[in-house]
Structure formats: C-alpha cells, structure tokens
Design a protein around this ligand. Structure first.
Ligand SMILES: Cc1ncc(COP(=O)(O)O)c(C=O)c1O
Length: 452
C-alpha cells in the first residue's frame, strides 16, 4: 500500500481539503449541528467529524440543512432504487401499523415470502436463508456456517478487501486501517493478492496466476482452509475479474472442498446490470452474502443464502440477532425487488453502462490525469495518475477533485487514494448522468489551476 494513501479523504477526516471545505460552510445552523455532532459522538475514521448535516433525501439527491443538494454517487450502496422510493415507503408504512417487529421464536409472512423470493432469484439449490440486521452480521454467519459445514476453520481472503467492521469481519478483511491498534484478531486467515487489471508494474498481466495462488495457499495450509471469501466484483476501487479467473477459482474451491463465499453486499440487486454479480461469470457461490440495497435504503436488512445441504447446524445459533426476521425489512426488500422488476431496471442499467463507458472514455481522452476507466453496469472507477507510464497515484489531486465536485453538488468517494468511485442510484436519468460528468470534467480542468 502507498503511504500517501493514509493521508487521503476516505481514510481520515482531517485533511487540508476537509479544513478548506469547512470554511465554505457559512450557515450558522449547519455549523452548530456539526459541532454538536463532534461533541456527542466518538470520533472515528470515515465518520465524525462529518462532512455536513443532512436534512432530507429524494431520488438521486441528498439535501443538507442549508438547502444545498448533492447528487449522491456514493449512498453507501443502499440507494439502487433511489432515496425515498414511494412505492416501497407506502408498503413499509402499512406494515408499521400491522407488525413492525417479530420476536425471534416466531416467524412472519413477509420474512417467509422474502426468503422464498431470494431462493427463486438464485440458482437451484441456493435456497437456505438467514436474515441479519446488517451486512457485517451476515458475513459473521457465513463464516460460522463454513466452519460447521467443512469442519475446517481457516479462511482465505484478499489483500485490501473489506467485509465489514466487526472483529470477525476485520479479521478476514484486508484493510490495515480497520485493524490498527486492535490487538489479536481471529486466527487462521490467509490473504492473497486481488486480481487487478490496472497495476503499476510492467509484468504481463495474467489473471490465472492470481487464481492459481488460491490453490497454492490451500495446499500449503495442509487442507485446513474451509472458505474463500471474496467480493465477486470489488466495489471500492472497482476491480472486475475476468470469466477465466472466476471459472478457475470455482474449479479450485470445488476440488479442495473449500466453500466459495461471495460477498455481494454492496453490488447485488442490479448495480452491475444483473440481479447478482456472479451471473456475469457462469459460476455459482456456495454461500452468498447480501445487504445494503436489499432494504431499499429504508430499513436495514441483510441476508445469507446457502446451499440446501448446508442446513445442518440446528444445534448452534448461527445468527440469533434480535432484529432477525424483521417484517419491516422484509417488506422493504420485497418492495424493492418488485420495483426493480416492474420498471425493468436491469435492462436500463445495461443500456446505461454503454452510455457511461462512452462518456468516461471521452473524459479520459481529454484528461491525462485519468489513467484508467473501468466499470460495469452503474459501478465505475476513474483512476487518477500523475503519469500514465509510471501509473503513480494522483492522491492529492483525487482529493481535490472530490471536494471540487462536492462543492458543485456531486458526492462520491475516493478509494485506494486515487480512484473516484461512482455509484449512482440506478434510477438516474441520462441528463443527470451528463450533469455529473460535466462536474467531473470541470473538477479535472481545475487541477491545472494553482492551489493556495
Ligand atoms: C463488501 C462489503 N461487505 C460487507 C459490508 C458490511 O456491511 P454493513 O455495513 O451493512 O455491516 C460492506 C459495507 O460497506 C461491504 O462493502
């Protein structure tokens, strides 16, 4: 990892650009609430101190207390069908009056229907569901289940991966920022390199080498690896492996009886143009983790779906969360899926992908700062470099671009120090997409202006 990376927005919230950003906020009420937030919450990376105080959201926009609106190309990946989607909100409101909560030893009809619906959307055999209040908890359930099913406790995951912020999730995750000062994590996790198509080395790129590394690691572990946990397509810096990579990974996992746990928490439900990202690769997971947009950005809900034959752990509690079979979450999720299907959103995203690809490649032709543009569906990464030959990361510039865009009403996050990550709501119009690209264009042009 590049040391500069630790100094960028996304890692800390005290950068110079952040200080300058605060100076642009003149609204007394916003400043007062930001201060009260700072005085009330534990300060932590990526959260308090916060950027602004939000008041409302709708469609592709979030609105702050000063009335300023931002197109939200981040949204923590919950906003596939847009904020405040009225179709879903109406259903959730009705459910609130009937059964807002379901104590754990009981079940409820929306939860049963949602479990059946997910099983119907997934390939045959992937039909055993558990719900959880958030993605991190779903990851924990998947890891437990893999231990029970395989009798093997070790896990392989990728460098720089993120699977949630709890102790078990950071143990398998690969981001150092989440592990600093936290002492021993759970043992038995081996990390291997992620398949990356854009790298600052001159060696020929061969994805199969990355996949083969998995087999080497499994063999060296003395057959103690129970699971390989990985995002099908990495959300943060938008790493899109090839079909060859995925075919080989599936083959290796099957051969060594290692469960393939796909973390699709941020990218399922249409983000990539398919309901689930693994559908791009003609492979199937053994366990899939879902969350975020599942609750339509209204009610938190996550899930794992596992193979039928893994229904063998009735003697232990795999989940046991208070808000497990949440009727509100289930209604929100069923509403989200109905909305996606009735508006043919997947088809729209596929068409948008072509449009975005064309527009971003035009931007790349214009700006030498852009080293790489990659994406699928409505998940895009623009990687900024100081020099296209050396591919040296343009970290400060990426941060400047982010704040410039924020100022003009476009919110997104920067990953790995230099990747502008664009993740708009899937309901976005072409005009709105063009508005966003014009802002990014201006921001990139501004890089040639002197800084104070
Ligand atoms: C890939 C991935 N896995 C797991 C999680 C954890 O989900 P949650 O924040 O809902 O616990 C996230 C959240 O950002 C994520 O991006």
């Amino acid at each position: 990892m590049d040391n500069n990376q630790h100094l960028t927005e996304g890692d800390i919230n005290k950068s110079n650009s952040r200080v300058k950003w605060y100076k642009t906020i003149r609204n007394a009420s916003a400043l007062e609430f930001l201060q009260r937030d700072e005085d009330s919450f534990l300060h932590q990376s990526l959260s308090t101190p916060c950027l602004q105080v939000l008041e409302s959201c709708e469609g592709i926009y979030i609105y702050d207390v000063t009335g300023k609106r931002y197109m939200d190309f981040h949204g923590n990946n919950v906003h596939q069908i847009g904020y405040c989607n009225q179709f879903v909100i109406e259903k959730v409101k009705k459910q609130m009056d009937i059964l807002p909560f379901s104590p754990r030893r009981y079940t409820n009809i929306p939860s049963i229907k949602l479990a059946e619906k997910l099983a119907n959307l997934l390939p045959d055999g992937l039909n055993r569901v558990l719900f959880a209040p958030g993605g991190t908890s779903a990851i924990g359930i998947a890891l437990k289940l893999a231990r029970v099913v395989t009798g093997k406790h070790k896990v392989i995951s990728l460098w720089d991966s993120f699977h949630g912020a709890s102790m078990d999730a950071i143990s398998v995750g690969g981001e150092e920022q989440f592990k600093t000062d936290l002492g021993p994590l759970f043992p038995g996790v081996n990390h291997i390199a992620p398949p990356m198509t854009y790298r600052n080395t001159n060696t020929d790129y061969d994805e199969l080498n990355y996949a083969n590394q998995l087999e080497i690691e499994i063999e060296q572990s003395g057959n103690q690896i129970g699971a390989f946990i990985i995002e099908t397509i990495r959300n943060t810096d938008v790493q899109i492996p090839t079909k060859a990579y995925w075919k080989r990974v599936r083959e290796i996992c099957t051969k060594h009886k290692v469960l393939l746990i796909l973390d699709e928490i941020p990218i399922a439900f249409g983000r990539t143009g398919k309901m689930f990202a693994f559908e791009h690769y003609d492979i199937e997971p053994d366990i899939i983790c879902l969350g975020k947009g599942l609750g339509a950005g209204i009610i938190p809900i996550a899930a794992i779906v596992a193979r039928d034959e893994y229904n063998i752990a009735s003697h232990i509690s795999l989940g046991h969360y208070t808000h497990e079979k949440s009727p509100l979450g289930a209604v929100a999720a069923l509403g989200m899926l109905e909305f996606m299907e009735s508006t043919n959103l997947l088809q729209k995203v596929k068409e948008d992908e072509l449009f975005v690809r064309e527009q971003l490649h035009l931007l790349k032709l214009k700006h030498l700062w852009i080293g790489d543009v990659r994406g699928i569906g409505l998940l895009w990464g623009i990687e900024l470099v100081k020099d296209r030959n050396t591919k040296e990361k343009a970290v400060t510039e990426a941060e400047r671009v982010m704040y410039y865009c924020l100022d003009l009403g476009l919110s997104f996050k920067v990953s790995q120090g230099n990747v502008l990550q664009l993740c708009p709501p899937l309901i976005i119009t072409r005009v709105q997409l063009m508005d966003a690209f014009k802002i990014i264009d201006l921001a990139l042009l501004s890089l040639s202006e002197p800084t104070e």
